[in-house]
Design a protein around this ligand. Structure first.
Ligand SMILES: NC(=O)c1ccc[n+]([C@@H]2O[C@H](COP(=O)([O-])OP(=O)(O)OC[C@H]3O[C@@H](n4cnc5c(N)ncnc54)[C@H](O)[C@@H]3O)[C@@H](O)[C@H]2O)c1
Ligand SMILES: [Zn+2]
Length: 349
C-alpha cells in the first residue's frame, strides 16, 4: 500500500492507494468514525459496479449504512442534487457525528463534499474516487461545490475529507474517453511542477504505470495544498489551463468534459504565452504530442474572442484583474496578472 499525508490548517488526513482496497475499506474507515451511520453517495453508473463492495464491507462491521444514488453526469452538479442528499440524511436521522462516503468521480466527490460541509454545519466526509481525474485531483484538497447557470463551481466550500481511499483497479471499467480525460489533469501536473513526470509520461506506457503516475500526481497535489489550503498563492498553479478550459467547457454547454477542456485550455494559453516570449519555445508542441499520445483532442472548436469573453467572467478573476497561470518551461509555472480587458488581445496574440 502507498500512503501520503495531507497537512492543512483545518485537517490532516491520509491518502491510501492500493488495488482492491474497496473490499477492505472498513478497516480504514471504522477507526475514523464517531457515529454509527454512514451514507454512501454514488451515481447511477458507479452504483452498479462498486456500491455493493463498499456497502458490504461497512455492513459487516455493524454500521447503519444508507445509500443515495443520483443520475450520473455534470448536469447533476447543482444545488438540487445536494438538497436531495440533505433529505436522505434527514430521513435516515443522521446527526453531526455521522459520515458521508463519496464513491464515484469528481461530480460525486464535489457534491457529496458540499453536502457534508453544510449538513448540520459540517459532518465527516470520506472520498473513494473511481475516475482517473478524481483519483489524481478532485478527491484531494477540499474543494467542494456545485455549478450554477452562471458558471462552474460558483457555490461551494473548502472542506477537507477525513480520508481518501484509492483503488486503481476501478479504472479498468472506465471508458477510454474518461481515462483520457483524467490524463488532462495528469499532464497538467507535469507542466506546472515536474519535468520528470512529464518526461516519464512521454517515455512510458501510461496504463502499465498508472499506480505510480497517480502517486506522483498526488504527491504534487498534497504538497501544494498543504502549503496553501485556500488558494491565496501557490495553489493557483493547479489552475493551469483552467481559465480557458472552463470557458471552453461552458461554451460547449458542458458537452465536453473537464479534463479534455483543461487539455485544450493548456494548449491555448501556452500558444499565446509562447508567442509573447513568456514561455520557452517548443512547449506547445511537447504538450500537444503528449495530449495526442493520451488520446486527448487539442483542437479549439470555438472562436478565441468567445473564449476570452467567457473566461473574463470566471470567478477566479478578482476585480478588474485576471490571474492566469503560465509555464516558463515544462515543469515550472508562475502567475501572470493582466487586466481583464486585455485578455482577448493576450489570447489572440
Ligand atoms: N474539487 C476539485 O478540486 C476538482 C478538481 C478537478 C475537477 N473537479 C470536478 O470534477 C468533475 C469531473 O470529474 P469526473 O471526470 O470524475 O466526472 P464524473 O464524476 O462525471 O465521472 C465521469 C463518468 O465516469 C463514470 N464513472 C465513474 N467512475 C467509473 C468507473 N470506475 N468505471 C466506469 N465508469 C465510471 C461516471 O458515472 C460518469 O459517467 C467536474 O465537475 C470538475 O469540476 C473538481
Ligand atoms: Zn481541473
Amino acid at each position: 500500500m502507498k500512503k501520503l499525508t495531507v497537512n492543512t490548517p483545518s485537517n490532516t488526513y491520509d491518502i491510501l492507494i492500493e488495488r482492491g482496497i474497496l473490499d477492505n475499506c472498513d478497516k480504514f474507515i471504522l477507526p475514523l468514525l464517531s457515529g454509527k451511520r454512514v451514507l454512501i453517495v454514488t451515481d447511477s453508473n458507479v452504483c452498479k459496479l462498486y456500491l455493493n463492495r463498499v456497502k458490504n464491507a461497512l455492513l459487516k462491521r455493524g454500521l447503519l449504512v444508507a445509500t443515495h444514488i443520483f443520475t450520473a453526469g455534470e448536469q447533476q452538479k447543482h444545488i438540487d442534487t445536494v438538497e436531495e442528499i440533505y433529505n436522505t440524511l434527514s430521513e435516515n436521522e443522521f446527526t453531526r457525528k455521522d459520515c458521508i462516503v463519496a464513491l464515484g468521480g469528481g461530480v460525486c466527490g464535489d457534491i457529496s463534499g458540499f453536502a457534508a460541509a453544510t449538513y448540520m454545519r459540517g459532518i465527516d466526509f470520506i472520498q473513494i474516487p473511481t475516475t482517473l481525474l478524481s483519483q489524481v485531483d478532485s478527491s484531494v484538497g477540499g474543494k467542494t461545490g456545485v455549478d450554477t447557470k452562471y458558471g462552474k463551481n460558483l457555490v461551494g466550500a473548502f472542506y477537507q475529507p477525513k480520508l481518501v481511499l484509492i483503488d486503481p483497479d476501478t479504472l479498468d471499467t472506465l471508458t477510454d474517453h474518461y481515462f483520457a480525460d483524467g490524463m488532462g489533469e495528469v499532464i497538467k501536473y507535469g507542466c506546472i511542477y515536474s519535468e520528470e513526470l512529464f518526461e516519464f509520461l512521454e517515455k512510458n506506457d501510461i496504463k502499465e504505470n498508472i499506480e505510480e503516475i497517480i502517486l506522483q500526481c498526488l504527491k504534487i497535489k498534497a504538497e501544494v495544498v498543504s502549503k496553501d489550503e485556500k488558494e491565496s498563492g501557490l495553489r493557483m498553479i493547479l489552475n493551469f489551463g483552467h481559465t480557458t478550459g472552463h470557458a471552453i467547457e461552458k461554451l460547449s454547454a458542458f458537452s465536453l468534459s473537464h479534463g479534455e477542456c483543461v487539455a485544450k485550455g493548456m494548449m491555448l494559453i501556452t500558444l499565446a504565452s509562447e508567442k509573447l516570449g513568456l514561455t520557452e519555445q517548443g512547449c506547445v508542441l511537447k504538450i500537444a504530442r503528449l495530449c495526442q499520445k493520451c488520446g486527448l483532442d487539442t483542437d479549439i472548436n470555438f472562436p478565441l474572442h468567445d473564449i476570452a469573453d467567457s473566461a473574463k467572467n470566471d470567478k477566479k478573476g478578482a476585480d478588474k484583474k485576471l490571474n492566469i497561470v503560465l509555464i516558463d518551461k515544462i515543469g515550472s509555472s508562475f502567475i501572470h496578472t493582466i487586466d481583464k480587458k486585455d485578455f482577448a488581445r493576450f489570447l489572440c496574440s
